[in-house]
Write a new protein. Structure first.
Length: 581
């Protein structure tokens, strides 16, 4: 018998501790309801279940998003119900006015007054209908792809182009004839004055400081002239070459580099200096009239650099990117290639003619060659209706349209839409050659910004998104601008125009109804998916209460038994006292 080490007691204590730990684990799981309460319980299971939890939360929010989308669609469709009712009344009025039993100055005047009032209300509804502040019927949710036959994409938008200066000759300037030893340490500031999207005036300056070895540059030999340089940015050098000249390419690169390094400026503009004309060009990264704008370039010495050197830097070919002459560019420019348009031919059927039409700002256009006889042209125009604007091009025009017909197309579009429209026969700035370009404001090319996107899934994949596109439902968007029922002939022509508007609204309502049905199916799918993934996560994470209760009972009994045996083991050394009597 030994008393220094009570091995049975130690063994009983070990088992008692182990059983108590197991019992504590049982209690934690039974009280929380989870099999996995920490990574130690099941590291792999925890990783899988946490990923599932994240997916479940995303799916639950996607379910809410889809419900919000249905509410938005219902709001728009409800408003269009009333627009349909008003168009039905306009059809009634036009049919009434087309009857010969009414007088223009009394009866049709009253009809026209009601017509104007209805059109005003259609416009009011198109502006006032919104969901959570998002306008629904004013065309801002229009589908950008609804422009027929035009090669237009968001990449074609050129916002706030601003060009500065031009090269006057090839080569570079000999700065040794301009700079003196007194200019060492003096600076030339190249400042871009601009306005950010919030309308705040900004100035971004690139500072070029002349450094040298203290000698007059004009007296230096060719091997030491490159010891003289301009420093800009964070210690970067723009050196005079061995010939005493500054490289034009180096100067342009220095300006681009320094402006790109300015985080605020580079967030609003990209900078390019094309080798073709060496004009510094600034392009706003946000399209539209509210985008950032460059308003001027300022180049000057702030501490008395030799005037001849400053003049040289601001006017010579060697520093053409620094010139002060500026040309304001076009803001929110969009353009299209007219050679994508198809001309209407003699013998085209109705479907073919309609496929060749295109829209700009809600105005419909069709191109026709003027070698077709006048009677045929008139017949085609009548068949298309008064809301389609015919653009005649010369008989030699090809099908599709020849590039040199673009000027006439641009002129006619400008006349009808009131837009500033140019035809660029040669490439200029960001606009390729032979392009019809719209150069003022945000252009609505048959629609808006491509619609609103609903997030109906838990990832950023395209198939987890649903687009809502609602075209312009104002009187302009419906082709009802200037609807005239004041005489019998005009009223007769207006009947088709109104019916076309009815079809447009009905088609839009149909698309919204189809979208609502689709979102209903989306909700059902999200509901089922969420339920199944939650079930899978439960299998991994949740505790089996019956199984865990069985383990708890076992571990509780073992803990009690171990406690009892520990007490017995602790009393065993007392037998030694009998030997000592």
């Amino acid at each position: 018998m030994r008393i220094q080490h009570n091995i049975p007691a130690m063994n009983s204590l070990t088992n008692y501790t182990r059983n108590n730990n197991a019992l504590a684990g049982n209690l934690e799981k039974l009280s929380s309801g989870y099999r996995i309460n920490s990574a130690a319980d099941d590291a792999a299971g925890l990783a899988i279940s946490e990923k599932m939890r994240s997916q479940i939360k995303g799916l639950e929010q996607a379910y809410n998003n889809a419900n919000d989308g249905i509410s938005l669609v219902q709001t728009a469709e409800g408003a269009l119900t009333e627009v349909n009712s008003m168009l039905t009344r306009l059809t009634e009025l036009a049919t009434q006015s087309a009857n010969g039993t009414y007088q223009d100055d009394v009866d049709r005047e009253a009809i026209q007054e009601e017509t104007d009032a209805i059109l005003d209300e259609i416009d009011r509804i198109s502006k006032a209908t919104n969901y959570n502040g998002i306008n629904l019927l004013d065309g801002s949710l229009g589908s950008a792809s609804s422009v027929k036959n035009l090669s237009i994409s968001s990449a074609d938008a050129v916002a706030g182009v601003f060009t500065a200066g031009s090269a006057t000759a090839a080569g570079a300037d000999d700065m040794t004839t301009k700079l003196t030893a007194a200019d060492i340490g003096k600076s030339l500031n190249y400042t871009v004055n601009w306005v950010n999207e919030a309308g705040e005036s900004k100035a971004t300056t690139v500072k070029f400081t002349f450094k040298g070895d203290g000698k007059d540059p004009a007296t230096l030999d060719t091997n030491t002239k490159n010891n003289n340089y301009f420093e800009y940015g964070n210690g970067k050098k723009l050196s005079l070459g061995a010939d005493g000249k500054i490289s034009q390419a180096d100067f342009e690169a220095a300006i681009k580099d320094a402006l790109a390094a300015d985080s605020e400026f580079s967030a609003s503009f990209s900078v390019d200096i094309p080798a073709a004309d060496h004009k510094a060009q600034f392009t706003a990264k946000t399209a539209g009239e509210n985008g950032a704008k460059v308003v001027g370039i300022d180049v000057k010495s702030v501490d008395g650099m030799t005037a001849a050197a400053v003049t040289s830097l601001t006017t010579s070919a060697g520093a053409s990117a620094l010139v002060t002459e500026t040309t304001a560019g076009k803001n929110a420019m969009q353009y299209f290639d007219p050679t994508k348009l198809m001309t209407i031919q003699d013998g085209d059927n109705k479907e073919t003619i309609e496929s060749k039409m295109f829209e700009v700002d809600g105005h419909k256009f069709a191109i026709i060659q003027n070698d077709i006889d006048k009677a045929t042209i008139d017949a085609i125009a009548k068949a298309l209706g008064p809301d389609v604007n015919m653009i005649e091009i010369k008989a030699a025009g090809a099908n599709p349209v020849a590039a040199d017909d673009g000027a006439e197309i641009a002129a006619q579009i400008a006349k009808i839409t009131g837009r500033e429209v140019d035809f660029f026969a040669a490439a200029t700035g960001k606009v390729p050659a032979n392009m019809v370009a719209f150069t003022n404001g945000d252009l609505k090319l048959g629609g808006g910004n491509g619609g609103l996107t609903l997030q109906v899934g838990d990832t950023n994949d395209s198939f987890q998104k649903v687009s809502v596109a609602i075209e312009d439902m104002s009187s302009t968007g419906l082709g009802l601008t200037g609807l005239d029922l004041s005489d019998q002939d005009k009223a007769g022509d207006a009947i088709k125009t109104i019916k076309n508007a009815v079809n447009t609204v009905s088609a839009q309502r149909g698309r919204l109804g189809a979208l609502q049905n689709r979102l209903d199916h989306t909700l059902n799918n999200l509901d089922a998916t969420t339920e199944n993934i939650t079930s899978a996560e439960s299998q991994i994470r949740d505790v089996n209460m019956a199984k865990e209760m069985t383990a708890y009972t076992k571990n509780n009994i073992l803990a009690q038994a171990a406690q009892s045996m520990l007490a017995q083991a602790n009393s065993m050394p007392q037998g030694v006292l009998q030997l000592l009597q």
